[in-house]
Ligand binder design. Structure first.
Ligand code: CA
Length: 225
């Protein structure tokens, strides 16, 4: 899952971004409204967390422009403006959620998780794919009773593939959602991680091929087509 975190207070941004990365999200930080829109046009985000008092372009204007481009973008406003009028205005302009500062990190993470779920019309935190269970709250994957010893990156890749079960995911798309935009990555890096996931699946006793390589395109989780 890839998050765009827009906040001009660098210290707060650093703390939250570090926390989100620990929770396995890929996070890009933008420190003003103009950069936020630039990031948004360049990359594909699952959730955008948006401060309102921002330099260059105000948060509400950023919200308005993103909504014009994409009716389905998931946007959570994170603002010190706590007046009812501000909250109503933000929600009226198309924000999916509104959290006021100061906030509890765990609450922010829970709300982001909820927005991610809405994107995929999932009700529960649990995903299932051919006997494999993905717990999105615990960030863990099990095959039967065996918990897979996945690295954070492997978990992010597998979660994204299983959220898009039976759809072919391009290598580029997979990289964009599982890595931060600043990371240097190569298709071979993805190949290496996929290989490692498959190995761990086999070690857990999973005989079925859950991740399929789609030659020249990318990967698909689920039943072979
Ligand atoms: Ca601010």
């Amino acid at each position: 899952m890839k998050i765009l975190f827009v906040e001009d207070e660098q210290e707060l941004s650093d703390i939250v971004c570090t926390g989100l990365r620990k929770c396995n999200y890929s996070v890009d930080a933008a420190y003003n409204g103009e950069d936020a829109l630039e990031f948004y046009r360049t990359y594909d985000y699952d959730v955008i967390v948006l401060d309102l008092n921002l330099p260059i372009i105000d948060g509400l204007e950023v919200l308005r422009r993103i909504r014009q481009m994409d009716a389905k973008a998931k946007i959570l406003i994170l603002s010190a403006r706590s007046a009812v009028d501000d909250r109503v205005k933000g929600l009226d302009m198309g924000a999916n959620d509104y959290l006021t500062k100061p906030f509890d990190f765990l609450e922010l993470e829970a709300r982001i998780r909820t927005l991610c779920r809405i994107s995929y019309i999932q009700i529960a935190n649990i995903l299932e794919c051919n006997g494999l269970t993905v717990d999105m709250a615990a960030k863990s994957v099990s095959y039967g009773a065996i918990k897979l010893p996945l690295t954070k990156k492997e978990y992010a890749i597998l979660e994204y593939l299983i959220l898009h079960k039976n759809q072919v995911i391009g290598t580029r798309q997979l990289m964009e959602h599982a890595w931060d935009s600043e990371a240097d990555f190569f298709p071979d890096t993805v190949k290496y991680h996929i290989h490692s996931i498959k190995k761990k699946l086999a070690e857990a006793g999973c005989k079925k091929n859950i991740i399929h390589n789609v030659r020249g395109v990318g990967y698909m989780a689920g039943d072979e087509k």
